[in-house]
Design a protein. Structure first.
Length: 331
């Protein structure tokens, strides 16, 4: 969960018997190295190291102009110059430099979002013995991942919070719910299937396992844990009565569809805007407004990532959440 957690939450989940994950998409080299050192210091801890593997977007001046025009009223409302320079985007894909850094630590599990990196990079990860996971949102994506030799496929249903892992198509009408996707992938694939999206308690875990999943991946339920770095505005939104019923897919915060709690930015700019530049460039444009609004205590322009089922999201230690979820496992 890039931006709302670090190794602290990942290690707490692993210590409780789960497989914690470290999101690395927003970490620079120094920050990534520091996090990997903390994981190594927790001797015996196994943590999944997760990366985005999108293709960096090329500058698109006409589309940027459209996005500036759409954002201009909000810039003015918050006392900002609509023509100001935008900050750099801060989500980088897995590359050779990252592989160099990661190889010194040789993590046992590495996962990817938005497909897989180049074959040469994938071979490097596989070469040090890591198990490789990646997300699929359709049957075609799952088939492709299996052909590339992944060790397991994460079936990301439409209910899931955060970014859709879709990579073979941009057509949102192709996206399936978690249980429908899991049931079909279990029948279709030779590799294990991990269910993700809308699972918030032991009953959800049991349902996924009954369909043949080999495990589950849970994100939203951990957002209120003390080990998470979820911001105060985000925490408040998650505890509102509307959090579980008013989520939507939007591209206005980053340029890629992602599920979050509805707010003003999504209502006035989208939720899906044809003017939003490709991932991750849209975030550079909305960033200054977000910063100004957050400083004033407003979450109107903050990405409040959350899945459709926030019922398991509680302000308790991550170990408690993990053990409660584990009660849904067979045996």
């Amino acid at each position: 969960m890039a931006g709302v957690q670090g190794s602290g939450l990942a290690l707490a989940v692993s210590a409780a018997g789960g497989l914690g994950s470290l999101p690395c998409a927003m970490l620079g080299a120094d920050a990534l190295h520091a996090e990997l050192q903390r994981i190594r210091a927790a001797q015996g801890a196994v943590v999944n190291i997760n990366f985005f593997c999108h293709r960096p977007a090329a500058p698109d001046p006409p589309r940027e102009a459209q996005w500036r025009a759409a954002l201009a009223p909000h810039y003015r409302a918050w006392g900002l110059d609509p023509d100001m320079a935008w900050p750099a985007a801060n989500r980088a894909p897995f590359d050779e430099q990252t592989a160099d850094l990661l190889e010194a630590f040789r993590p046992r599990v590495v996962s990817f979002h938005f497909g897989l990196p180049a074959p040469s990079l994938l071979a490097r990860v596989r070469g040090w013995g890591a198990r490789i996971l990646s997300s699929a949102t359709t049957l075609a994506e799952a088939d492709w991942l299996q052909e590339q030799g992944v060790d397991a496929v994460i079936a990301q249903g439409l209910e899931a919070g955060g970014h859709r892992g879709m990579f073979l198509t941009d057509d949102l009408s192709t996206q399936l719910g978690t249980m429908a996707l899991v049931a079909q992938l279990v029948q279709r694939l030779r590799v294990p299937v991990i269910a993700a999206g809308g699972i918030a308690d032991a009953r959800g875990v049991a349902a996924a396992m009954a369909l043949g999943a080999s495990g589950v991946q849970v994100g939203t339920a951990y957002l209120l844990c003390p080990e998470a770095a979820t911001g105060a505005l985000h925490r408040t939104a998650l505890q509102s009565a509307e959090a579980g019923t008013q989520t939507a897919l939007t591209n206005v915060f980053t340029g890629r569809p992602a599920r979050g709690i509805m707010n003003r930015a999504m209502q006035t700019l989208g939720p899906i805007s044809p003017a939003a530049p490709a991932f991750p460039l849209a975030g550079a444009g909305i960033g200054p407004v977000r910063a100004r609004a957050e400083a004033a205590g407003s979450a109107d322009f903050t990405p409040l990532w959350a899945g459709q089922n926030t019922s398991g999201c509680r302000p308790v230690p991550a170990a408690d959440i993990t053990r409660a979820l584990a009660r849904g496992l067979p045996g």
